[in-house]
Design a protein around this ligand. Structure first.
Ligand code: GLU
Length: 399
């Protein structure tokens, strides 16, 4: 069979692959500890679910405008006004099927063959794959465990060439939990303004930051690069709404119109019912967000302590999101494997623990463990990980 040549340049989603495999084994009756999925284990808040029920009962089940219902686009504007003090209008917002579609629409609308698009690694797998699907070339700027994978402006600025079209940033970052500072973003925005570059900012984890730290990135971009920046967000992580598929992009009206052209030929509107639920999430009480954050903080601290009890697992304590990104190179030889991908395979096959290998994040030697699961399961997962390495070390087992 022959496929479009672009398919030879892209890989399937490393994160979704782990979720699917864990699911397959679970359906066979195997007790899987799933630390793979980046998905809150909390239920969607009651008032959000109720808004979804009401939408069905009131037959709000038809097409909506492709860019989203005006009420939801306005709700996004209100949220950004309340959270960041920036004024946007509904025609500067498009509602998308998760943050992923917001980023995808932006990639297709902005990037093309011959373009370079800079992003930082370790990175969420879909960011470079979307750039590639758009025909452009991802340019990777590495961040480092030594300083908590901080996203600095200087190396990104140094990677700019005449072919650079855009910079894609993710803060808090999946998988590292690192943040970009307002100062670093301001430096990037000023250069982007003078060189005519776009900045696409993925804020999917914006509500999951564990310390009191200045992170008003929308304000920075709004003040310095309003006509060439796209902010992408989602209800998925903040409101435990992954399956509802709701995200958005906020940007200049002309750009949002282009993103809507892409969407109009791909999926049309986000599910009508989801849109009503998202209005409730964004405009209703926000206390569930705070209580989930507090629980994630507890889990982060516990799982970090447990994992690093074995010195062969080293790990920065993440500042945001809900992943531990552990350096496991020292555990590979004892476990009889050659790479973190092989270790992840062995963990799933022999210890029934699902984790995502660093290879998917452009970071071999690492494993990503999601702590969006209960404390008991986290303890069980880490116990099994350590036990597998020790048992293989004792017996000299090889994969
Ligand atoms: N963002 C989540 C993760 O990294 C969900 C999976 C995906 O959409 O890639 O696990």
């Amino acid at each position: 069979m022959t496929f479009a040549t672009r398919m030879g340049r892209v890989a399937s989603s490393a994160t979704l692959k782990v979720t699917a495999e864990a699911d397959r084994l679970r359906r066979q009756g195997i007790d899987i500890v799933d630390l793979g999925a980046g998905e809150p284990d909390f239920p969607t808040p009651e008032h959000v679910k109720a808004a979804g029920h009401t939408a069905i009962d009131e037959n709000f089940t038809k097409y909506t405008p492709s860019a989203g219902i005006p009420e939801l686009r306005e709700a996004v504007c209100q949220r950004y006004r309340a959270d960041y003090g920036i004024d946007t209008r509904p025609d500067e917002v498009i509602i998308t099927a998760g943050g992923k579609q917001a980023l995808f629409n932006a990639a297709i609308a902005l990037f093309e063959q011959g373009d370079e698009v800079i992003t930082h690694t370790p990175c969420w797998p879909s960011i470079p794959q979307q750039i590639t699907l758009a025909g452009a070339e991802p340019v990777f700027v590495q961040t480092h465990a030594e300083d908590g994978f901080a996203i600095h402006a200087e190396p990104i600025l140094a990677a700019i060439t005449n072919r650079t079209k855009a910079i894609v940033l993710n803060s808090p970052c999946n998988p590292t939990g690192a943040l970009i500072s307002e100062e670093a973003l301001a430096a990037l925005a000023d250069t982007a303004a003078s060189r005519g570059l776009w900045i696409v900012l993925d804020l999917t984890y914006e509500k999951l930051i564990y310390e009191r730290v200045a992170h008003n990135l929308p304000r920075v971009l709004h003040d310095r690069l309003r006509d060439r920046s796209i902010l992408c967000g989602a209800t998925s992580k903040a409101y435990a709404m992954t399956g509802w598929r709701c995200g958005w992009a906020v940007g200049p009206k002309e750009a949002i119109a282009q993103l809507n052209v892409v969407q109009g030929h791909a999926t049309s509107n986000v599910t009508s019912i989801t849109q009503k639920a998202a209005v409730a999430a964004l405009t209703g009480p926000q206390d569930a967000v705070a209580s989930m954050l507090s629980e994630y903080r507890t889990r982060r601290d516990r799982v970090w302590e447990w994992l690093t009890e074995d010195p062969r697992f080293t790990c920065v304590k993440p500042r945001g999101a809900f992943y531990l990104f552990a350096y496991v190179a020292e555990a590979l030889a004892p476990a009889g494997v050659r790479s973190s991908a092989e270790l992840a395979e062995a963990l799933l096959r022999d210890a029934h623990v699902a984790v995502t290998a660093g290879e998917g994040f452009e970071a071999p030697g690492y494993l990503r463990l999601s702590y969006a699961t209960s404390i008991d399961r986290l303890k069980e997962g880490v116990t099994r990980i350590h036990a597998l390495v020790r048992a293989r070390e004792r017996t000299g087992a090889r994969s």
